[in-house]
Design a protein around this ligand. Structure first.
Ligand code: PMP
Length: 425
């Protein structure tokens, strides 16, 4: 497939828009960033007229596919009533009600625009409630692009210090020094329990399934052990479910694993592509938001985005999306495993039908450092070649599946994978 028109446009546009893109995560995708004209169902159309089966799904939000009718209709209808009111609407109360019904930790809700912002609100709440300042995060976990959490997201192991006591590594040039943030290895309870025992940590924040790097499931008992260590030391537990929320289960990883955090960040699939995120949590810590803790945002609960949120959550609450994706996504996972096995390629397909990770690796890593042994460069090449066969997957291995992916798309995808593997990995 040719991508010449995209390449030319990106080059031209780079004179006006930095790098030709508006997010760092859109840079560096081989063969070069693409320019799109349309997105519908599971299909993206690019400037060259290529029709690509999309497993980026907007980096995760489009659980119901691109432009699902109920969401589009709700958003369109709302445009006839209001765009932004800087006040309250019944829409946001209805969406909050559905959210609280779905997500176990959600007794109180606050909406914001992006996951990055909702993380900031969570950290502020945790610090205000505990009167402590230190936050513990884990190596390889991503919680948005702000200075205080963009630490050791994908560090070079040479810079990252010992596995059991990692050195925080900045994720960006120009980032403030690591203040009040410490980094620990994920999925082993002991280093965390030892650190929390000092009694000075405000909060522990984690992706309950490590999807931003490598796709690692929590080991049996790990989340429970973290919950216990937090309870024993008055530390708040924050689950960042921006990816796992609504994808691993309607109520997120907390529902699936039966471990309830104090605070939860939701985003992405919450509004099927509209810019909405939420901080939800237990009533007691969350109620500081009705008092001394400031959380603002001009665009919070923008009416059209809230109409989309309500429509999306209504679909999710009905349960049908999960039945559909369990069938198609499950078949895709199995099909990929078979294709790799048939081709003699050592690969792991790990996760859930709506979000899983493919790694060229011989086994299951326990945490970030172990995951580095995978053939990541080989996977980047595989993703680039798959794109040339009309299938768009993230070079870091995550696959998102929507209700709009049907058996025919799965078949086409598996045929493309077979063709790529036949060319040699
Ligand atoms: N947390 C996690 C786990 C994420 O995956 C992301 C985005 N990829 C964020 C936070 C940040 O969300 P946003 O991009 O909406 O700011």
């Amino acid at each position: 497939m040719p991508f010449h028109a995209s390449r030319k446009r990106i080059e031209e546009a780079s004179a006006l828009v930095a790098g030709g893109v508006n997010s760092a995560f859109r840079l560096g995708i081989a063969p070069h960033p693409l320019v799109f004209t349309d997105a519908d169902g599971p299909i993206l159309t690019d400037l060259d007229g290529n029709r690509l089966i999309d497993y980026f799904l907007g980096m995760g939000p489009m659980l119901l596919g691109h432009r699902p009718a109920p969401v589009v209709e709700a958003a369109r209808a709302q445009l006839d009533r209001s765009i932004l009111v800087a006040g309250q609407t019944e829409l946001e109360y209805a969406a909050a009600r559905l959210l609280a019904d779905l997500v176990p930790s959600a007794e109180l809700v606050r909406f914001s625009v992006s996951g990055s912002e909702a993380v900031q609100a969570a950290l502020r709440v945790a610090r205000a409630v505990t009167g402590r300042s230190t936050v513990v995060k884990f190596e390889g976990h991503y919680h948005g692009w702000f200075d205080n959490v963009l630490w050791s997201v994908a560090p070079d192991p040479d810079e990252a210090g010992p596995v059991e006591a990692p050195v925080p590594v900045a994720g960006s040039a120009g980032q403030q020094p690591a203040v009040d943030v410490e980094v620990l290895p994920w999925n082993t309870p002991e280093p965390l329990a030892a650190r929390l025992a000092a009694g000075d940590v405000a909060a522990v924040i984690m992706e309950p399934v490590m999807f931003n790097n490598a796709g690692i499931l929590p080991r049996p008992g790990y989340l429970e052990a973290v919950r216990q260590a937090c309870d024993a030391t008055g530390t708040l537990l924050i689950f960042d479910e921006v990816i796992t929320g609504f994808r691993v289960a309607p109520g997120g990883a907390q529902q699936l694993y039966g471990v309830t955090p104090d605070l939860t960040i939701l985003g992405k699939a919450l509004a099927n592509g509209f810019p909405v995120a939420a901080l939800v949590g237990r009533r007691e810590p969350m109620s500081v938001l009705a008092g001394p803790v400031l959380h603002g945002g001009t665009y919070n609960t923008q009416s059209v985005a809230m109409a989309a949120t309500l429509a999306t959550l209504t679909e999710i609450a009905g349960g049908e999306p999960y039945r559909r994706i369990a069938a198609t996504g499950g078949r895709l996972m199995e099909g990929l495993r078979k294709q790799f096995a048939d081709a003699g390629v050592e690969a792991q397909v790990v996760g859930f039908p709506a979000v899983f990770q493919v790694r060229f690796d011989t086994g299951q890593p326990r945490e970030y450092r172990e995951a580095l042994r995978a053939d990541r460069a080989g996977y980047v090449r595989f993703a680039a070649r798959l794109l040339a066969h009309g299938v768009r997957v993230l070079p870091r291995g995550t696959w998102f599946v929507s209700t709009a992916h049907e058996d025919g798309h799965v078949d086409q995808t598996l045929a493309a994978v077979r063709a790529v593997l036949a060319e040699g990995k």
